[in-house]
Ligand binder design. Structure first.
Ligand code: ASP
Length: 350
């Protein structure tokens, strides 16, 4: 090769390198995250994983129309969050907006579509946690906040507290200018029928768990291009609950947890077990102290510990490398995830 050819080759290499460096910096691109010295690490630029509840969800009990409706809503929820993440938005915004969409959908047990308590009222719980400084906010037993996840975020960002309940949480939300609605806004015929069924079964078998139980809670976990992990969960709790019962969803470490060093987790299932087994934190702790992968930790907690205890449900989670887990010990879980160039949405066990 003569001298002028060599110079031309070097120039070409320089311009190609420059092009890829600039392209790699654009927050709008679907790039994979860059490792040290710009070498691709295989880590996706972002990841979002969601659930719409776990439980006895069987194909034979589902109409084609209903199945399509669930898949459509899960996809729309993922679209909303993914667009935020793809455009360089934060995992906090992605989680909040994704959950708001599911709260506004009657299909899920959160916001509109929340289940009824024993007195025929809707009482909702929600939480959000940011993994950078372990900041968190939660509301429990609220009855007039259209999107409880907004209130949970406001508790985290605009109050010195982590968890507010009942009337106090509603008053705080009012002062924050968060949209409030008449409690009748949450009424749905389908959930009222479920309450009547649960109460009839309760009369028959004195407190045995409703075999038709579906945990339709919603949750989302995201990793953004800044490396921040966020988890959020929102729910109407469990049908026929009493005495201002609050479940695991708003309990930090039980139904919701995020830590940038490990993972973000959102759970759904029989809340009492998730509280007692500190499920979301346990998954993070197994990664932290024992060096387990996200999938290993999730399986240890959901498929071993919870199954041995009789706790039904599942989790969705994402770790700091953008790996996701959707692990459940029930026949089904509404779930899905989105990463650059990758999208999965599912209902039943594989
Ligand atoms: N975990 C929620 C609760 O116990 C219920 C659910 O996941 O649907 O309140």
């Amino acid at each position: 090769m003569n001298c002028s050819n060599m110079i031309r080759d070097h120039r070409l290499t320089f311009f190609i390198t420059l092009f890829f460096m600039i392209a790699g910096c654009a927050p709008n691109s679907d790039r994979q995250g860059a490792g040290k010295n710009g070498v691709p690490s295989g880590k996706p630029a972002y990841a979002l994983v969601i659930h719409g509840g776990a439980g006895v969800i069987l194909k034979e009990n589902m109409t084609t129309e209903r199945e399509k409706a669930y898949l459509r809503e899960l996809n729309v929820a993922l679209d909303i969050g993914e667009e935020i993440l793809r455009n360089g938005g934060t995992s906090l915004d992605a989680v909040q907006k994704t959950i708001m969409h599911m709260e506004d959908s009657e299909l899920f047990n959160a916001g509109k579509g929340a289940v009824f308590n024993h007195e025929g009222k809707n009482e909702m719980d929600a939480a959000i946690m940011h993994g950078e400084k372990l900041m968190a906010g939660a509301v429990g037993g609220v009855r007039n906040i259209r999107n409880p996840i907004i209130a949970a975020r406001a508790v985290m960002e605009n109050s010195p507290h982590v968890m507010l309940a009942g009337k106090g949480a509603e008053e705080f939300a009012r002062l924050q200018g968060i949209e409030q609605v008449d409690p009748s806004w949450f009424f749905t015929e389908r959930r009222m029928e479920a309450l009547k069924r649960a109460q009839a079964e309760e009369m028959e078998n004195r407190g045995g768990e409703n075999p038709d139980q579906k945990h339709g809670t919603v949750g989302a976990c995201a990793l953004d291009v800044y490396g921040n992990l966020v988890a959020g969960t929102s729910t109407g709790g469990m049908t026929n609950k009493r005495w201002n019962r609050i479940g695991d969803s708003p309990v930090i470490g039980a139904g919701t947890y995020a830590n940038n060093h490990t993972c973000a987790v959102s759970a759904t299932g029989h809340g009492e077990f998730f509280i007692r087994y500190a499920v979301a934190h346990d998954i993070s702790a197994l990664m932290d102290y024992k060096g387990l992968t996200l999938q290993e930790a999730s399986e240890e907690v959901v498929m071993n510990k919870l199954v041995s205890a009789g706790g039904t449900g599942g989790i969705v989670a994402v770790d700091r490398n953008g790996d996701v887990s959707m692990t459940f010990n029930t026949p089904g879980m509404y779930r899905g995830y989105a990463k650059p160039g990758e999208r999965i949405v599912k209902i039943y066990k594989d």
